[in-house]
Design a protein around this ligand. Sequence first.
Ligand code: 6CS
Ligand code: FE
Length: 305
Amino acid sequence: MSAVTMPRVHDPYPTRLGHAVAPIPRSEPTVWGGPHDGPLSAATLDAYAQAGYMIRPGTLGANWLPPLRQELERIGAELDRDDPRVIHEPGGSIRSVFEPHLISDLVAEVVGLETVIPIARQILGSEVYIHQARINFMPGFTGTGFYWHSDFETWHAEDGMPAMRAVSCSIALTDNFPYNGPLMVMPGSHQVFYPCVGATPDDHHTSSLVRQETGVPDQDTLTKAAAEYGIDQLTGAAGTAIWFDSNLLHGSGSNITPLPRSNIFLVFNSTENALADPFAAARPRPEYLAARSAEPFGLHPPAVR
Ligand code: 6CS
Ligand code: FE
């Protein structure tokens, strides 16, 4: 038999196209587990499935915050300026650091907390692994936001994530006020996939993590989505987690206040949703942006030394 590449049978979520395509209804559930699979009640799971997000204050107790803030500063200071895992703001300050859970034991401990991993497993109804982790530092005065996007659109197109079976957990390390660039979401928008126009540029990830221009819905689409779903602004004290579906439309504005806004951002994917070849990019992104081994997190505790 000759070695031909078989075309993909059918992509339910086409994107990065040459022309506009109408929105596509989601074909899989938002919540995959039930009330007996973890700490969340049926009512909480229902509310999450409806809105596509939920807010969990006290995910990190107050005792965690000072050591974690210190750890973040240490990580930021210790990593090389040209380490690819470090993303800078246009003005030069650090915007994000990827793979913090592999750099810091303390951050790895956060992933395994009882207020974190059982929720990821319950929502996704399976074992889970970290698809992507980052620390976002939004400095005061100069922090820039993230334009409206669905994470799943990027993970599907550029990382080859097959289904919407991933959930993000953003844990605030500083207070989120309405005025320091907090997350904004369109509740309910996770039920629709918005195909985006424009092919993925080569090495897109070197620019998209500072300013995403490919893989974002056009203004007309966003106007209609905002009219249909409205916009919620998510504020809360340090230690609060925001859980949101991989396909929820979200973004944030800039932060010109003196108050920085930093968070630990963990993306859990189901071990049953392992990455394939990218659906709309020439090659997969690096491992620090999209882990390609779907080993369940925490099933094999490290051997006692
Ligand atoms: O690249 C990522 O994986 C994430 N970051 C951006 C700016 N957009 C897509 C996704 O949320
Ligand atoms: Fe995002």
